[in-house]
Ligand binder design. Structure first.
Ligand code: ATP
Ligand code: PRP
Length: 217
């Protein structure tokens, strides 16, 4: 039988995700972080790890190129991924926020310009409140934008708040909380249910029992 394909991004969510898979007996001992290889077969040959960019996990899973995956809620929302989101893994916790120079009054700007890696989430959020904004798509170092006059404010992820602090920016408005999710392709969930369901159930059991898989573990 074909291996179940699991999409994962290198980076912040990789280690804890692989740790959870290991706890349910799915191990990829040929994987190591510095490798340039993008696919790894599990030791039992039943699963295949495919390494994609964080923002692309939802796309691979939605299209069935991967049967399941681990992705931040931020990336799933931004990609508008049509997938089953079956487990909140409880790590990778952070907040979306509007941030800017201290004392910035959002209502002073018409339209408000917003630098962000997440134009869809930003537009959806402000549109739902009937507030007119203009987004400027950035790919990183977003905190720079208001400092150099590229945008009035930013919308970005805040975890510890250190990046904002070190750049003399403040949270002006919090938007929504996010965390890592286990997602499954809708067709795979039906056609490969006998293989996929036990994985979901075991991951759920680990999260429920531990209730303490955190970034600090
Ligand atoms: N402080 C944080 N900053 C960014 N993402 C975080 C943070 N804490 C948790 N996350 C979560 O980790 C996920 C992966 O983040 P990571 O930094 O590895 O990739 P990325 O920066 O989105 O991608 P890339 O580095 O390829 O541009 C995010 O989508 C988010 O859900
Ligand atoms: O509140 P903090 O704990 O400081 O974390 C938030 C920072 O982390 C992320 O950036 P990342 O490290 O992914 O860099 P980039 O997006 O600028 O590439 C995010 O875009 C913030 O800049």
């Amino acid at each position: 039988m074909e291996p179940i394909k699991i999409a994962l991004a290198k980076g912040r969510l990789a280690d804890l995700s692989l740790e959870i898979f290991e706890q349910i007996g799915i191990t990829f001992s040929s994987y190591y972080e510095k490798s340039r290889k993008l696919t790894f077969l599990s030791d039992d040959g039943q699963y295949e790890l495919i390494l994609v960019k964080a923002m692309d996990v939802g796309t691979y899973v939605e299209n069935g190129a991967a049967d399941m995956g681990v992705a931040g809620k931020d990336t799933l929302l931004e990609a508008g991924a049509d997938v089953f989101e079956l487990v909140d893994l409880g790590f990778g916790r952070c907040e979306f926020a509007v941030a800017g120079k201290p004392g910035t009054d959002l209502s002073d700007y018409q339209p408000l310009t917003i630098g962000t890696k997440y134009p869809k989430i930003t537009n959806d959020y402000f549109q739902s409140q009937g507030r007119q904004v203009e987004t400027i798509k950035l790919n990183g170092s977003v905190e720079l934008a208001p400092l150099v006059g590229l945008s009035d404010v930013i919308v970005d992820i805040v975890e510890t708040g250190n990046t904002l602090k070190e750049n003399n920016l403040d949270v002006l408005e919090t938007m929504l909380s996010i965390s890592a999710r286990l997602v499954v392709n809708k067709a795979s969930f039906k056609t490969k249910g006998t293989s996929i369901r036990p994985v979901i159930d075991q991951v759920k059991a680990i999260i429920d029992n531990k209730g303490r898989v955190t970034d600090e573990d």
